[in-house]
Design a protein around this ligand. Structure first.
Ligand SMILES: NC(=O)c1ccc[n+]([C@@H]2O[C@H](COP(=O)([O-])OP(=O)(O)OC[C@H]3O[C@@H](n4cnc5c(N)ncnc54)[C@H](OP(=O)(O)O)[C@@H]3O)[C@@H](O)[C@H]2O)c1
Length: 255
């Protein structure tokens, strides 16, 4: 049976698993579909069909897994800011001779009215927050494990939005935690920015429409955005949509 491994953790990975899982049999069209989650969130949403949770143990571990489960194709649908898994997937698939496709949603682009500054790392974002005119009330919309560099900034109140609570919480002088999972609406984001008198948003260029409403709200309200650029990625064939990834698999599976 043609076996596909989806490296997941994104809405596209869930959608692809659902599309491939088909109409309720063990994989649809004679395919076996296994989704892989890193296991970062306490109560992850479970994908359609088969799944596994936890790291593979580097690229060598992934090579062993590809052989053990007789994987015929891999779709790396990990998050645009998951910096490592893509390299392990590229190395492992090359070593095991398994075709690899990267599924990555397009990045957001600044448009008229946006007040974005793009940064490559968080220390640069911290320096920009401190530079004149300094930020006073900042929405941090980034991973809960990435907060520490911001805790050193005095004189700034942070509204920290994350899916799970930071553990441990870095020692911010002034911060408030908002636990929430997207998608977020424009009306809600507008209300949030106004209620907390946010002057700057710090976020990553994740792309997609689940969390882009904050950018539209920021544009409307003239709020500044410090946008982190995406990390580099291997030279793997890449598609932007779930439909294109499903087609790629169908072509390899011969159906
Ligand atoms: N980084 C983000 O901003 C972000 C946002 C939303 C969702 N996510 C999702 O959260 C997961 C972890 O993110 P990260 O930034 O820590 O990723 P990462 O830097 O690319 O990966 C770190 C390690 O976590 C394991 N891993 C990552 N994705 C995995 C997967 N789908 N299945 C099994 N193991 C996986 C691998 O461990 P081994 O080396 O042991 O195999 C990998 O070396 C990813 O799956 C990603 O799609 C990340």
């Amino acid at each position: 049976m043609f076996t596909v491994l989806i490296l997941g953790g994104t809405s596209e990975a869930y959608q692809l698993a659902e599309a491939l899982h088909g109409s309720g049999d063990s994989g649809g069209c004679g395919r076996r579909v296994i989704s892989s989650l890193a296991g970062r969130t306490a109560q992850p949403r479970l994908p359609a069909g088969e799944y596994r949770i936890g790291g593979f143990g580097g690229s060598d571990g992934l090579v062993a897994y590809l052989h053990r489960e007789s994987i015929d194709a891999v779709v790396d649908a990990t998050h645009p800011f998951a910096g490592q898994m893509r390299w392990h997937a590229a190395t492992a698939c090359a070593a095991a001779g398994v075709p690899l496709l990267r599924l990555e949603r397009p990045a957001w682009q600044a448009g008229p009215g946006d007040r974005w500054s793009e940064v490559d790392d968080w220390p640069t974002a911290v320096a920009q927050l401190a530079a004149a005119p300094p930020a006073r009330r900042v929405l941090l919309a980034l991973g809960r494990q990435e907060l520490a560099p911001f805790a050193a900034l005095d004189g700034v109140h942070f509204l920290i939005r994350s899916v799970d609570p930071p553990d441990p919480m870095p020692p911010f002088a002034s911060a408030e935690l908002l636990l929430a999972r997207g998608p977020f609406t424009l009306a809600d984001e507008r209300e949030l920015l106004v209620r907390h008198a946010i002057d700057t948003i710090v976020c990553k260029n994740s792309g997609g429409d689940a969390t882009d409403a904050k950018l539209a709200a920021a544009r409307e309200l003239g709020v500044r955005v410090l946008m982190r650029r995406r990390p580099p990625q291997p030279d793997s064939p890449t598609v932007a949509t779930v439909a294109a990834a499903a087609q790629w698999i169908a072509a390899r599976a011969g159906n």
